[in-house]
Design a protein around this ligand. Sequence first.
Ligand SMILES: [Mn+2]
Length: 285
Amino acid sequence: MTHISQFLGEEADLGPEKRIAILSAPLASSVSWLGGTELGPQAIIDASPALEVFDDELLAETVRLGIATRPVPDFTGLATAVACGQIENAVAEELAGGMFPVLLGGEHTVTVPAVKACLAQYPDLHVVQIDAHLDLRDQYEDNPDSHACVMRRLDELGVPFTQIGIRSFSKEEYELVQAKEWRPFFMHRIRAEPDWIEQVCAGIKGPVYFTCDVDGLDPAIIPATGTPEPDGMTWRETIDLLREISRRHRIVGMDFVEFSPRLGAEHAAFTVAKLIYRTLGYIFR
Ligand SMILES: [Mn+2]
């Protein structure tokens, strides 16, 4: 397969003045089940030229905002902490240059350094997470930097967050949620409370960092992830949420993680690319 160097391929050149930076973080050191997240960023970029740059909902060519794609780094053989340091520096550099960072994972661990970089610029940052999992373990397989611990690490940074699409967690994670009196948007809650999007938006204080573990979406539309869980968010639920958050709050950075390409599920990379493009359209319209 030909590797494409820019998100949207040659059509990225339609936006000569760049305001958005696509950063890749192909980290895959703690994957639990099905591997391949290190191939995620390139697969999303490779699928993106198949997108129609004229957005069918927004009726605008979002690409003209200017989307720059940074080269995919090679994290092979690097310690997780070293790779995370590089990610934090890369995101901080984009923010300092006035760019909107979009980080492509890689495993969910990459969110921690990205949030640290955003937090330095926006101390009242609020993280919105789409995910099948709470990711609140203190350690997983003796590894505190595991993808299964990412929200626990963010809690330790003192960042408030909202968890959406949840349908898989340990007893200990559930007990922590209860002890902290958090109210995640479990899938059953999303289906039972028609005003859930209003509730999400009302609970957000401050600028938003959006982290999307693609396993939050239903595996029928994104089967290409390490731990596909049934009964996930639909495309419609996901974009309705992002449209409303973008309308009412300022999103200052985002990531799309845990995508791992699968033969026979090529549509999934396209779906992630379209979700990114649509969300950029919402944020900047
Ligand atoms: Mn997950």
